[in-house]
Every structure is written in structure tokens, then in C-alpha cells.
Design a protein around this ligand. Structure first.
Ligand SMILES: C[S@@+](CC[C@H](N)C(=O)[O-])C[C@H]1O[C@@H](n2cnc3c(N)ncnc32)[C@H](O)[C@@H]1O
Length: 357
């Protein structure tokens, strides 16, 4: 007897896919932000090769990621050729910035994730990347995303591309090209495994900056206070946040070294900033001004606090021999782990992702 019920296509369960042993190649690996995102995925096991030319970055990478399944190579990426790719048979390739995929590779990666600065989307390099991916049979989707959109109190607008061999993504963006916010995915189009992992990374509540701060003693705070010279010269252009703020500006590699547009500073006193500005107007001398400015207790965020705001795990750590400036530089070059994790989850599944923007 035939059933009168309409037949539904059962959605494949992607949990099996995440059980395969992935081979990952992390190009321009820096301090390993991409690798932390991979560690957050529910994949059972993977082997990873990380390549970067920078000795300090590699030191941090090894300090945090050294394990039997991870090989860190200090070398120039220009020395990697299609033979390496054929030998390694990579499943997932991550790179920031992109290097051109070799069209002659026999064993092309199944999945690719690219990160770059905002502006890359209008470059010739992006055009070439897209052409190469299309000619090699990849479906791809580009994004312009910032961690605030995933409830992280930090802005870091970046270009991202995810590409999958032989598959099309189905995000309906307004401008047909770039997805400028995390897509709203209908859980109906996901298997229960992917529903869990995708919605788990998106839905954490936005928490104030206080949740990301270190417990510093007075002596430590002193060492991060803005010097008088910076206070008097740059006060008007500082982005000042307080511990109850819900956002910070992007921290760049020049943080603390340069001031304009390199990242927020933290006000540690309770003074009303409007009132302070009024008092400044009434000052007769520079000495009076500096006393008022000091009363705000403005300090730089510590490298640890910045790594927290970039969604690095709490156990992330730097080797002892690095200076604070080197730490800022390396973090400023890195990625927000939560954004990468989210994009990898969009990339590494077999559900038909239909999304509305
Ligand atoms: C934007 S950073 C990437 C940071 C990385 N995603 C992270 O989480 O720290 C770019 C990296 O590319 C590396 N790099 C630049 N040119 C390179 C080359 N020709 N060969 C190898 N590494 C290179 C730099 O040393 C730097 O660490």
C-alpha cells in the first residue's frame, strides 16, 4: 500500500563529515588565529602544516600550538609549489592574505578560506583569485564582516572568502556579491548537527568590555597609562571606552606606537568625560590641562586583553622574550578567532545552506 503522506527529502547528517581526518594547510600562519578557530570546530582529528616567514610570529605559534599533529615551517611561501600541494593532498586551505591557488595542482583543496583587509574586494588580486577559483570549479562566497556582528565588542572589518570545490553557496545578498552581515540561515535547511554548531557560535550575548579585562595591580596599571606627551597632543582624537562599553575600535599592529586610528584606550576613572572637556576649556596653562587629563586614568589595553577581544582562548600566551610592542604588532596582524570559526562552520558542511540577508 502506498502512503498518502508527501515524501520529505531527509537532510543528510553532517556529523560523519566532521569525523573524517582533515589535512589543513595554514599559509601566512602568523600567531595561529586560524588554528585556534580550527581547534574550536567539532572535527575529530586533523593534521596541520603552518607556514610563515616571521620568526617572532612562529615562536608564538609553536608556544601555543606545538603538538604531534601540527608542523610549523619557517619559510617563504613563494618557495611552495604545486608539487608540495600534490604531496600534501590538502582538504582545507586557509590563508591571510591570499596567494594564488596553483591551477596545475592535481589534488586541489576541497575547502578554502581567505582573509584580507577591507579594500581587497576592489583589487586586481581579488579579481584574479575569483577567476582562478571559478576556472578550478569552486563555488565561493565573499563577506565583509566585523566581530561586533557576532556579539564580540570589537570592530575589525575584514574581507573573507569561503570556497568549496564543486559546490555553490546559496546566500542571497543584496548586492549579489558581498555578504555584509552574518547570513540568517533557516534551520529548516540544516541537519541537526549543523543547527547546533552554527547557532552556538552566533548566539552568545554581547558582553561589556569588563569581561575581557585583566585583573591588574596598581604597578601594572601604571605601565599601561598614556604618557603625558600623548595625552596633551592626542587627547582630542582618542577613542576612549570604559569598562561598561560594548565596543572597541580595531587594534592595529601600530597600537600604542602610533595613536590615531590604531585602537581604543580605556578610561579607568569614573570622571565624566564631558565635564573634563569643559574643565579643559577653562584651563590657563598646559600644566593645569595635564593634571585634568591624568585624572581620567587613560591606559592602553594590554596584549592579553586584546587577544581576549580577538576571541583567542584564555590559555593563549606569548613566549617570555617578546616585548609589548612585538605582541601588539603580532596581534594587530592576526584575525578574530570567532569570525573565522563561524565562517569555517559555514564552509565545512554538506547542508544546502540557503540564507537570507
Ligand atoms: C596578516 S598576517 C597573518 C596572520 C595570521 N592569520 C595570524 O593569525 O596571526 C600575514 C603573515 O604573513 C607572513 N608573510 C608575509 N609574506 C610571507 C611570505 N612570502 N612567506 C611566508 N610568510 C609571509 C607574515 O610574516 C605575517 O605573519
Amino acid at each position: 500500500m502506498h502512503s498518502l503522506m508527501p515524501t520529505m527529502d531527509p537532510i543528510k547528517d553532517c556529523s560523519q563529515l566532521f569525523k573524517t581526518r582533515f589535512k589543513v594547510l595554514e599559509l601566512y600562519s602568523g600567531i595561529g588565529g586560524m588554528h585556534f578557530a580550527i581547534k574550536n570546530l567539532p572535527i575529530d582529528s586533523y593534521d596541520l602544516i603552518a607556514i610563515d616567514i616571521n620568526t617572532s610570529a612562529n615562536g608564538v605559534y609553536i608556544h601555543n600550538h606545538l603538538s604531534h599533529n601540527c608542523q610549523q615551517m619557517e619559510r617563504n611561501i613563494l618557495s611552495i609549489n604545486e608539487n608540495h600541494f600534490n604531496e600534501w593532498a590538502i582538504d582545507l586551505l586557509t590563508m591571510s592574505p591570499p596567494c594564488q591557488p596553483f591551477t596545475r595542482i592535481r589534488k586541489l583543496p576541497k575547502y578554502i578560506l581567505v582573509e584580507n583587509v577591507k579594500g581587497f574586494e576592489t583589487s586586481d588580486a581579488r579579481q584574479l583569485l575569483i577567476q582562478t577559483l571559478s576556472s578550478c570549479g569552486y563555488g565561493y562566497q565573499e563577506f565583509l564582516l566585523s566581530p561586533n556582528q557576532l556579539n564580540v565588542p570589537n570592530s575589525r572589518l575584514r574581507y573573507y572568502l569561503i570556497a568549496k570545490r564543486g559546490k555553490q553557496f546559496n546566500f542571497n545578498s543584496n548586492n549579489e556579491e558581498f555578504v555584509a552581515k552574518p547570513p540568517d540561515i533557516d534551520p529548516k535547511n540544516l541537519c541537526s548537527f549543523c543547527t547546533n554548531i552554527l547557532f552556538q557560535s552566533k548566539d552568545q550575548n554581547l558582553r561589556p568590555i569588563s569581561d575581557y579585562l585583566e585583573n591588574l595591580d596598581d604597578i601594572q596599571i601604571q605601565s599601561y597609562l598614556l604618557p603625558d606627551k600623548i595625552l596633551s597632543k592626542y587627547f582630542m582624537i582618542l577613542d576612549i571606552v570604559k569598562s561598561d562599553s560594548l565596543s572597541t575600535n580595531c587594534f592595529t599592529k601600530s597600537y600604542s606606537h602610533r595613536i590615531e586610528g590604531t585602537g581604543s584606550v580605556l578610561q579607568t576613572s569614573d570622571h565624566d568625560i564631558q565635564e573634563v572637556c569643559r574643565q579643559l576649556n577653562d584651563c590657563q596653562t598646559d600644566e593645569q590641562k595635564i593634571v585634568i587629563l591624568r585624572s581620567l586614568g587613560l591606559r592602553f589595553f594590554t596584549p592579553k586583553e586584546i587577544s581576549n577581544l580577538m576571541s583567542f582562548p584564555t590559555h593563549f600566551d606569548f613566549p617570555e622574550d617578546l616585548t609589548i610592542k612585538q605582541k601588539y604588532r603580532l596581534l594587530g596582524n592576526s584575525v578574530n578567532v570567532k569570525v573565522i570559526e563561524y565562517l569555517l562552520k559555514l564552509l565545512l558542511n554538506d547542508c544546502e545552506l540557503k540564507a537570507q540577508i
